[in-house]
Design a protein around this ligand. Structure first.
Ligand code: ATP
Ligand code: MG
Length: 268
């Protein structure tokens, strides 16, 4: 009897200790999901950020950059200057070698791998080469991205037509990527980037493979997304695109910010 009492006591002590530990962790850091939610003011702030690739290749150096919620910022610069490195740091494709990166108040400089999916739900990413799955229809491509992030079938059925309508491809849902033009494929990849209603969209050379007409369409779409409140960070080489935008332009040279101009123009 006494032994049973003793066992119960030590069990309660262990449980109590564990509960206390979890409780203190939550109080100090917040619940894991809540900790990773971007705050309403989803600003981007880089402080003294450098990225040196091994063995000793300069990506970016000592970057200080503050992007306010709802801004549309173009990052320009010649090849190899560090534009994509800068973009990749924002969605944690790369970690900085030094300095601090805050996204909506969340310090992602040392983000843990397990938290990256939570960040990517809040930052949409678009690349030059679309990255669509060739054996899936465009609706399936988008549904797949939702499945991977654990969405329920009911939600997937709602979201797929919604995002395809935003990019004006509702009538082509059953086509495969090879049955679409380059511009349409890029619109699919933009639709896919919108599935979680991101607060920030990072687009690295989204018009790099497109002709003038498709480039114009993609830019109109990015502007519309921005007008609905999403911060857009656009990496581009395209002089006409930047000059037509009349928005903030950050120029990167040898890994450093060489100029940062509101309503800038492409001067290289
Ligand atoms: N994974 C990597 N490992 C090593 N070096 C890298 C890596 N990624 C980029 N670099 C180097 O970092 C520098 C900046 O590259 P980055 O891709 O950021 O340039 P960029 O401005 O985007 O160029 P582009 O306009 O050609 O896309 C380059 O010297 C590049 O070779
Ligand atoms: Mg690049």
């Amino acid at each position: 009897m006494a032994r049973r009492k003793l066992a119960a006591c030590s069990w309660q002590r262990v449980a109590g200790k564990y509960f206390k530990k979890v409780f203190l962790y939550v109080i100090r850091k917040g619940l894991p999901a809540a900790r990773c939610q971007l705050h309403a003011s989803h600003m981007i702030k880089l402080t003294n950020v450098s990225k040196i690739y091994p063995p000793n290749i300069l990506g970016v150096r000592n970057v200080n950059l503050h992007i306010r919620p709802g801004e549309f910022v173009s990052i320009v610069g010649q090849s190899g200057m560090g534009k994509s490195t800068l973009a990749k740091l924002l969605f944690a494709e790369e970690r900085p070698s030094s300095g601090k990166i805050e996204i909506g108040g969340w310090d992602i400089s040392r983000i843990k791998d397990r938290d990256i999916p939570l960040l990517r739900r809040q930052i949409g990413v678009v690349f030059q080469d679309f990255k669509l799955l060739p054996r899936k229809t465009i609706a399936e491509n988008i549904a797949f991205a939702l499945q991977v992030s654990g969405e329920r079938m009911k939600r997937i059925k709602e979201v797929v037509p919604q995002v395809l309508t935003i990019v004006n491809l509702g009538d082509k849902a059953k086509r495969y990527p090879f049955q679409l033009s380059g511009g349409e494929q890029q619109r699919v990849s933009i639709a896919r980037s919108l599935i979680h209603r991101p607060k920030i969209l990072v687009a690295d050379e989204p018009t790099g493979n497109l002709d003038t007409k498709n480039t114009r369409e993609i830019m109109e779409l990015l502007k519309r997304i921005n007008e609905f409140g999403t911060t857009v960070v656009l990496v581009t080489h395209n002089r006409e695109v930047v000059n037509a935008l009349k928005k903030r332009v950050v120029t990167v040279e040898n890994g450093e910010i060489a100029s940062d101009v509101e309503e800038g123009r492409y001067r290289l």
